[in-house]
Design a protein around this ligand. Structure first.
Ligand SMILES: [Zn+2]
Ligand SMILES: [Zn+2]
Length: 335
């Protein structure tokens, strides 16, 4: 059994367990084990044969048992049970996602804000994964605790971007920002600054529990801003610990589709936002998607294969996902 395929199963188990607040620790354990598998790609068949699955970091007896069953039969009865108990949609057959065709990622962080690696380290990791492009989207000034970037620091960052691009070679670094959607739906940087950037990810981070009607207005305003390319983790939820924003999803998704603004499926196992249910609604509303790791360190690119099942569960075809398009086909870059 391929370690990535196993990671996806563990990740889905972690996700489904997060629906139950009592299971939050177990959920985290499954997500963490999935992360280790995706990162280290151990030979599962050998480990299982030698009864050594617990030698994998973060894999205790319980997870080892789930893994052993999966390796033996190619199926997980535990996952099947959770799926039916939680009534999650299953539309894997409608999706054509092939991660081998993944071209790039549009949302990542560096130590310019709250990332834990330099731009060079992030770029090298992306190149090693075969990516053709990487969106460098650090935070905007509002998020003071993470040293968000104003116009001046963005300019300084763009000079580093040029250097790193030259040094790494063969990887396009897109100068971007993850700009905060403020309470009234305006953005945390002036249009004159956003206009200059290759990729603008607009995300809700604070005041997520606004009244649904105010939140709807806030999101409608954000998706209508011509400088916004995609909405990052559109609900801001953290399954198992923080409920996300509630708004008129269909109305906002339709408006996003109208403006050509993509919705993100944030692959961070702590977020998984959009959920499969919301992603399905967005698909039916005509939206395109961006499947991003929102990586804050090179290792976190491993979130992508784990998050891809979300898009599969929602039945999203590959041609609706920006990351499978070559850079030349990303219209946002030119706009
Ligand atoms: Zn964010
Ligand atoms: Zn982010």
């Amino acid at each position: 059994m391929d370690a990535i395929a196993a990671a996806q199963v563990l990740s889905e188990i972690g996700y489904l367990l997060r629906q139950d607040p009592k299971e939050v620790y177990r959920a985290r354990a499954f997500s963490a084990a999935a992360w280790t598998l995706a990162l280290e790609r151990p030979n599962l068949d050998t480990l299982s044969r030698d009864n050594k699955l617990t030698s994998i970091e973060g894999v205790g007896e319980g997870i080892a048992k789930v893994l052993a069953g999966l390796i033996e039969t190619g199926q997980s009865t535990y996952l099947e049970r959770l799926r039916s108990e939680t009534g999650q949609p299953a539309r894997d057959d409608e999706s054509s996602i092939d991660l081998g065709k993944y071209q790039g990622d549009l949302h990542s962080h560096t130590d310019w804000s709250d990332g834990r690696a330099t731009m060079l380290e992030m770029a090298r990791a992306a190149k090693a994964l075969g990516y053709k492009y990487l969106g460098v989207t650090d935070h905007s000034p509002r998020i003071k605790v993470v040293n968000g970037l104003d116009a001046e620091r963005l300019l300084a960052q763009s000079r580093e971007r040029e250097q790193v691009e030259k040094e790494v070679g063969g990887l396009a670094l897109l100068q971007g920002i993850e700009v905060d959607i403020l309470e009234d739906g305006s953005l945390d940087l002036p249009d004159a600054v956003l206009e200059l950037l290759d990729v603008v990810v607009a995300s809700p981070h604070v005041k997520l529990r606004q009244e649904p009607s105010a939140m709807t207005e806030r999101m409608m305003r954000a998706v209508s801003n011509p400088n916004v390319d995609l909405i990052g983790h559109p609900t801001g939820r953290r399954p198992g610990s923080r409920e996300g924003a509630t708004y008129d999803f269909e109305l906002v998704f339709r408006e996003a589709a109208k403006h050509g603004v993509a919705l993100e499926i944030d692959c961070d196992p702590a977020r998984m936002d959009l959920s499969p249910e919301h992603a399905r609604l967005a698909l039916e509303s005509g939206c395109t998607f961006s499947l991003d790791a929102d990586a804050h360190a090179p290792a976190e690119f491993a979130y992508v294969p784990m998050g891809a099942w979300m898009a599969r569960r929602a039945g999203i075809p590959m041609d609706r996902i920006l990351n499978f398009k070559p850079l030349s086909a990303l219209t946002m870059i030119a706009k």
